[in-house]
Design a protein around this ligand. Structure first.
Ligand code: IPM
Ligand code: MG
Length: 359
């Protein structure tokens, strides 16, 4: 059986990190006999340069006819002046919507070897293992009306933070089911002391919780959650939250793990296609220098094996390979902390993880 994977490398460092993830998948074929067929397509600035749009229909079609999507990153400052509708970021939102990827799983795991890479004290971050479940196709990201209008002689910009009950309900189920497979603790993050949309969010979370009596549900305001993630991150098992709060809190949580370059993600729908991407951006200033950390993308590919193809043992094998490479002291620049470690580039890190898998 061959798994068909759409590969959207994107912009900036995207192609370099995706190359390393594909290298590791090659190792999976060699070791476990799992076959992959890769089909590359353009997204973001590179698609705009070729087609005048950041998300060509052809790319959507290739994704839809695949079993899963592996994505690098999109965006470059050189597109900052483009109209919002053709900016690279718009393509990311577009593909999430087109594939109905409403559930974004962002694990923030602190590997023992990397506690020193976090700017926080080791005793605070050591042992942290949080799963952030971010709603991905609603909220202020997609709400209408939105725009910038002229009102009383000045411009007014606005977006709409909006959730339908059904949207909250389906992400609630993903979050509760995720919690059932882990520590059975779910913290729902909102701003219900101020926002009507959050009050509905909270009510629906409470209602759905009746179907998961084993899961302990708590609620936290987002400002407090931002503080608690830094103060005492080990109190969290699974966090569920809306699109914009999840965007912000997941970047924050990456600092527990030492670097944005460590955090993978899975974007899932109730259909068959999942999309897998690192949570970090395209870092155009670092492109082509062989310095960035490919681990977030390699772990995203591992998440693909687990969530799209049910190959949990191979996920574990890749994660263990990453851990042993770190244990042996190899570090990319973003996680390098002391002289005794060996500083390696993007492609060497990929090679080391591959070797470890094949060992
Ligand atoms: C992320 C990114 C995106 C988002 C941007 C690039 C549109 O920050 O995946 O977290 O805001 O969702
Ligand atoms: Mg983000």
């Amino acid at each position: 059986m061959t798994h068909k994977i759409a590969v959207l490398s994107g912009d900036g460092i995207g192609p370099e990190i995706v190359t390393e993830a594909i290298k590791v998948l090659g190792g999976v074929t060699k070791k476990f006999g799992i076959e992959f067929q890769f089909e590359h397509a353009l997204i973001g600035g590179c698609a705009y340069d070729k087609y005048g749009v950041p998300l060509p229909q052809e790319t959507i079609d290739i994704c839809k006819s695949s079993d899963a999507v592996l994505l690098g990153a999109v965006g470059d400052w050189k597109y900052d002046k483009l109209p919002p509708e053709v900016r690279p970021e718009k393509a990311l939102l577009g593909i999430r919507k087109a594939l109905n990827l409403f559930a974004n799983l962002r694990p923030a795991i602190v590997y023992e070897e990397l506690t020193a890479s976090s700017p926080l004290k080791p005793e605070i971050v050591s042992g942290v293992d949080i799963m952030i479940v971010r709603e991905l196709t609603g909220d202020v990201y997609f709400g209408t009306p939105r725009g910038v209008d002229e009102v009383d002689g000045e411009r007014v910009g606005y977006n709409n933070m909006i959730y339908k009950e059904s949207e909250i309900e389906r992400i609630a189920h993903v979050a509760f089911q995720t919690a059932m497979k882990r520590g059975k603790k779910l913290c729902s993050v909102d701003k219900a002391n101020v926002l009507d949309v959050s009050r509905l969010w909270r009510e629906v979370m409470e209602r759905v919780s009746k179907q998961y009596p084993e899961v302990e549900l708590s609620h936290m305001y987002v400002d407090n959650a931002a503080m608690q993630i830094i103060r005492a991150p080990k109190q969290f098992d699974v966090i569920v939250t809306g699109n914009i709060f999840g965007d912000i809190l997941s970047d924050e949580a990456s600092m527990l793990a030492g670097s944005l370059g460590m955090l993978p993600s899975a974007s899932l729908s109730d259909g068959k296609i999942g999309m897998y991407e690192p949570i970090h951006g395209s870092a155009p200033d670092l492109r082509g220098q062989n310095v960035v950390n490919p681990i977030a993308t390699i772990l995203s590919a591992a998440m693909m094996l687990k969530y799209s193809f049910g190959l949990t043992e191979i996920y574990d094998c890749i994660e263990n390979a990453v851990k042993s490479v770190l244990q042996k002291g190899y570090r990319t620049k973003d996680i390098y902390t002391e002289d005794s470690q060996v500083l390696v580039g993007t492609s060497q890190m990929g090679d080391l993880i591959l070797q470890e898998i094949l060992a």
